[in-house]
Design a protein around this ligand. Structure first.
Ligand code: SAM
Length: 415
């Protein structure tokens, strides 16, 4: 039996294998609890050391899914820590609504959503607060988690009798349909949630979020990763927005998030981010590099692209997405998983025919300007001006294109 949680070379080899061969980087989780969770899985299989477990993993590819399930702890529940949800419903949601103009969008993000209980709980509270019509017109909900298997189940919104125990009876009958054995969340409302795979430790955050829930997730990350995630959350949340953490969690940076109610784990944005904070979210940058002017220049350029007020993206010559900034991610519901995908297979393909576009760029070698493009979605009509610039290398070879989207919808609406 493994008793020591001190650094263990066999364990490091195992982690390295998972990172290299399975693309699963577990190095940002707290090492001691990570080892305990591996140990739990190994006990189930009656394997008593990491080397043997590595061999087992190599011979049984399906084991990877079971391992992830043990490691990621997709435990959740409806109205978990009920007093926090009551506070959210009575105090925070009304503030979010009051801070907005009557037709303004409200954007919420459940990060680390497990099987979806948390995001459906929030959805019910938002419908209760706004009414169904306002909800459908104004609310955008994102629910993300790193585990694809959990994500699939969250999308389905199907729960057993035991799982729905925490839901007040009037909400259960209003929002769920019961078939023989299971309770299924209302399909129309379910389709308003944008579900996506997202790794909090490495992926870029959403933007313009009014309420970000990330509960019982960060406790598993080691301190440095937690600190970087809080910086990303600071980017993600609007100035008047809120962060909702789990009962055992607290912001690692006491300045950038300040408690609104510590008891209910609700925080607001505090001080602005410093350059050090920005650099924290760049991978393992040392302090000497931080002060290198070239490094800062590249960093500023990168941040300017990411934080541009306009949605921007870049495509390669095959019409595949290679870069998207925060605004583009939000506008077209893109996640990192979409990188490399053909534009025509993404939501944005509804308005940009990339093959025609690239042919034109290739033939004409000049910028294109598409004006007043109408984009009809479930939530309404958006009008966009689209600037498309060819990108060349130093010897004039076309590499791809940069696309900038300017939302002109508000100019079209009567005053
Ligand atoms: C204990 S559950 C919490 C679920 C829910 N937030 C709640 O409090 O009821 C932890 C969740 O975090 C997810 N998770 C773990 N590491 C993650 C990561 N790096 N990025 C995103 N989600 C992660 C797990 O898959 C799991 O769904």
């Amino acid at each position: 039996m493994i008793t020591s949680i001190a650094s263990n070379p066999d364990f490091e080899t195992l982690l390295d294998y998972l990172k290299q061969k399975c693309g699963c980087d577990l190095t940002f989780y707290k090492r001691d609890s990570l080892m305990r969770r591996f140990e739990r899985r190994m006990q189930d299989l009656k394997i008593d050391n990491y080397t043997n477990y590595l061999q087992y993993l190599q011979g049984h590819t399906e084991e990877y899914t079971s391992l992830l399930d043990t490691i990621l702890i997709n435990f959740s529940g409806f109205f978990r820590n009920r007093d926090c949800w009551d506070y959210l419903a009575s105090t925070i949601i009304p503030q979010i609504i009051n801070n907005k103009k009557p037709q303004e969008k409200i954007r919420v993000w459940s990060a680390g959503c497990a099987y979806g209980q948390e995001v459906y709980t929030l959805l019910m509270l938002l419908v209760e607060a706004l009414g169904i019509e306002q909800y459908l017109q104004r609310v955008q909900i994102f629910a993300t988690v790193v585990d694809s298997a959990a994500l699939k189940l969250a999308r389905k919104g199907s729960y057993s009798q035991d799982e729905v125990v925490g839901i007040p009876i009037e909400l259960l009958s209003k929002y769920f349909e019961k078939n023989e054995k299971r309770y299924i969340f209302d399909s129309k409302l379910r389709s308003t949630i944008v579900f996506g795979r997202h790794n909090l430790a490495v992926d870029a955050p959403m933007s313009k979020i009014d309420l970000l829930m990330c509960r019982n997730v960060l406790i598993y990350f080691h301190f440095k990763t937690q600190a970087a995630v809080f910086v990303r959350f600071h980017f993600a949340i609007t100035d008047k927005g809120f962060l909702f953490l789990g009962n055992a969690e607290n912001s690692t940076n006491k300045k950038i998030f300040i408690p609104v109610s510590l008891k209910h784990r609700i925080f607001a944005k505090g001080e602005k981010l410093t350059l050090e904070d920005h650099l924290l979210i760049r991978t393992q940058t040392s302090r000497t590099k931080v002060l290198d002017p070239l490094n800062i220049q590249v960093f500023v350029w990168q941040r300017a692209f990411e934080k541009s007020p306009f949605a921007q993206l870049a495509i390669n010559l095959k019409g595949c997405l290679i870069l998207a900034n925060d605004q583009a991610n939000a506008l077209f519901s893109l996640t990192d998983g979409d990188l490399g995908a053909k534009l025509q297979n993404l939501q944005i393909g509804q308005i940009i025919k990339s093959s025609t576009l690239l042919k034109q760029l290739w033939d004409e070698h000049r910028a294109l300007y598409l004006q007043n493009i109408e984009w009809v979605t479930e939530i309404g009509i958006t009008y966009l001006d689209i600037h498309i610039k060819p990108v060349f290398n130093a010897s004039g070879k076309l590499l791809g294109a940069n696309l900038t989207f300017v939302d002109i919808t508000h100019y079209k609406q009567p005053a």
